[in-house]
Design a protein around this ligand. Structure first.
Ligand SMILES: Cc1cc2nc3c(=O)[nH]c(=O)nc-3n(C[C@H](O)[C@H](O)[C@H](O)COP(=O)(O)O)c2cc1C
Length: 351
């Protein structure tokens, strides 16, 4: 089993969970700087979109060196598209590849991708196998030129590599899976056994079924059963539990009580990128980071080139738990640029 960076992580592992529309490059940069999680994972990227000249989809693969170890998460149903995307991820210098087998949204799982793969265990295994083959082929010298990529995609990758000065070492990237405990009913042990056949480096398990979406509470007893199975399998695969970890204290408690190697924290990091260190910040500090985040957003995506809309929810999240928070939040979420954020913040009396 190729475990790559997973073997170098100190335990317990406490990482940032991938969140589409949230854990984009600017948020990951800020999280890496102020929270230093054990690892960061990109928002999921559709392998079929990349195959069809989806330049926009590739922007999810922008990262900063301080994010390492940085893992690219990909999703889809077509093994050939997974093969090409896995090679692109290698070329772009990532530390690992995570396959999404947990997304419950209709647009994804309705197509059989994400958590839809829980219903097609053979295809799920074929996808892991294909990604493993791709990273091995790449380590043996496979090139982008051999992939018959759309010229626009090819050019984008070359430009990104040049701009970010990405120099890659042809090592075998570890393949991991992030999934749920079932589709419409709990099938944890059968499903995890199926995945273990392909010996992924890590499995992250969100303790809800697809049907539950994000409702109810994550079932950590099921996560514990999976942890026991994995640890008794004799494989070196690690398991991270996921779901409703809202503080570092809860992370440590769950790791101890449910026997996992670590956790991924998703929504608990909203406006709290320092959650991974168990720190708390004053309003002044939070607003300073909010402004830095807005500036990073413009620097990474270009001023005015990408809508400022995805940034606004972050501004709102930084602005909680103090008197008159709502008023300030309303002002901040109306901003359309980092300059506007700065103007509002500098006029607030923070003493
Ligand atoms: C807005 C949002 C977007 C998400 N996008 C992804 C994604 O791209 N890939 C993924 O594996 N999980 C995704 N998830 C699931 C989270 O990674 C995580 O499994 C889930 O939120 C439970 O963890 P939490 O309670 O710590 O948030 C998303 C969740 C949210 C709320």
């Amino acid at each position: 089993m190729q475990r790559g960076f997973w073997d170098q992580l100190e335990k317990p592992i406490i990482g940032l969970s991938p969140m589409d529309g949230v854990s984009d490059a600017p948020f990951r940069f800020i999280t890496a700087k102020y929270g230093k999680p054990s690892l960061l994972i990109t928002e999921f990227t559709n392998v079929e979109a990349i195959n069809h000249a989806g330049i926009k989809a590739l922007s999810a693969f922008i990262y900063n060196e301080i994010e390492r170890p940085i893992v690219a998460q990909i999703y889809g149903i077509n093994p050939k598209a997974f093969y090409k995307t896995a090679i692109i991820v290698c070329e772009l210098g990532f530390d690992g590849i995570d396959i999404n087998m947990g997304c419950p949204s209709k647009a994804v799982s309705g197509n059989g991708a994400g958590a839809g793969l829980i219903k097609t265990p053979d295809l799920a295994r074929e996808i892991i196998k294909t990604c493993k083959q791709a990273v091995e082929d790449w380590s043996n010298g496979k090139t982008l030129e051999e992939l018959d990529l759309d010229p626009l995609i090819f050019q984008y990758i070359q430009e990104l590599k040049k701009e970010k000065n990405i120099i890659t070492e042809r090592k075998i990237l570890p393949i991991s899976v992030k999934t749920r405990i079932g589709y419409d009913q709990i099938v944890t042990l059968d499903w995890i056994k199926n995945l273990l056949e392909e010996e992924p480096a890590n499995i992250t398990l969100h303790g809800r079924t697809l049907k539950q979406m994000y409702t109810g509470l994550a079932n950590w007893n099921e996560i514990a059963k999976a942890a026991e199975l994995i640890h008794q399998s004799g494989l070196k695969t690690t398991i991270l539990g996921n779901g409703d970890v809202k503080s570092l204290e809860i992370a440590y408690e769950n790791i101890k009580n449910y026997g996992v190697d670590g956790v991924l924290i998703g929504r608990g990091s909203y406006g709290e990128p320092w959650i991974f260190r168990g720190e708390h910040k004053s309003l002044k500090q939070k607003l300073e980071v909010a402004l830095e985040h807005a500036k990073a957003y413009e620097k990474i995506f270009g001023i005015g080139e990408k809508s400022f809309a995805p940034m606004k929810k972050h501004l709102g999240w930084y602005c909680t738990d103090f008197p008159n928070a709502k008023e300030l939040r309303m002002q901040l979420i109306r901003c359309n640029s980092a300059d506007e954020v700065e103007n509002i913040i500098k006029n607030i009396n923070l003493e």
